[in-house]
Unconditional design. Structure first.
Length: 259
């Protein structure tokens, strides 16, 4: 009931796996200044994680975003045809030679990947030594368990014992807790299974701003002029961010261990 009241009127009743919905999401991000500021901050964070040397950077799940504006020359991609991306591909089978990529980046994509082992195996083949995989993903905290468990439209299973989930649609299939499971709860298991990937950085962040912006599928809860206020509120909980974070900036570095 509460989710229905908050739902953005233009997204009600839509099939989120329909490519036309992705185009609508892109329009909504452009039309919601508060939300666009959040994406801009996310994208600047991703840009700063990239190795300084030259080389190709691939974005998975470019969909509704505008990361290409922040990372010039970015290879944008999506699982299905979109008129504004450069290539259609699946992250578990990349059309690149071994070591061809400097980096792979993604925003809210990993938690939709039903078999992340296949993704990281393929990424290890294509990303050169000291290259990175950097991502913005949902994160599990005491606060986010309430938000993702009761207010969010995507599946959220922090107690799952699996690193994957039953395959569904490109957006409807998900486990919002998956990045936290991989890189925090079961970090030792991930590192053992993937010695070619070093977890270089996990930066939990943004406990409130995305929520009050309404995101893509909900109405604005606060006007854009309150953005600086919410940034101040978020800074006030920096020392306790592990209890409050809703997202994390995660960077993996490709080691010299063969795939």
């Amino acid at each position: 009931m509460f989710k229905s009241i908050l739902a953005h009127p233009r997204t009600r009743g839509l099939d989120i796996d329909d490519p036309s919905t992705t185009h609508l999401r892109k329009q909504i991000i452009e039309e919601k200044p508060f939300l666009r500021q959040i994406y801009q901050d996310w994208y600047e964070g991703l840009r700063k994680t990239l190795p300084k040397n030259d080389g190709l950077v691939l974005e998975l799940g470019s969909g509704a975003g505008f990361l290409e504006d922040v990372i010039p020359g970015l290879i944008t991609s999506e699982l299905f045809f979109c008129p504004y991306v450069k290539i259609v591909l699946n992250g578990i089978s990349l059309p690149f030679a071994a070591g061809a990529l400097r980096a792979i980046v993604m925003t809210n994509v990993l938690h939709h990947v039903s078999d992340p082992y296949l993704l990281f195996s393929e990424a290890a083949r294509c990303v050169r030594k000291d290259g990175v995989v950097s991502m913005i993903e949902p994160w599990v905290s005491r606060w986010s368990k309430l938000v993702y468990g009761y207010l969010h439209h995507e599946p959220f299973h922090p107690y799952s014992t699996d690193f994957g989930f039953a395959r569904g649609g490109p957006l409807s299939g998900a486990n919002s807790a998956l990045p936290w499971i991989l890189f925090k709860r079961d970090q030792a298991r991930f590192e053992s299974d993937f010695p070619q990937w070093q977890i270089k950085m996990i930066r939990p962040m943004m406990p409130f701003r995305y929520l009050v912006s309404g995101g893509v599928y909900s109405r604005n809860l606060m006007p854009v002029w309150t953005s600086s206020f919410w940034k101040t509120v978020e800074r006030s909980v920096d020392t306790r961010i592990h209890k409050w974070a809703m997202f994390a900036l995660i960077t993996l570095r490709r080691t010299n261990i063969p795939s």
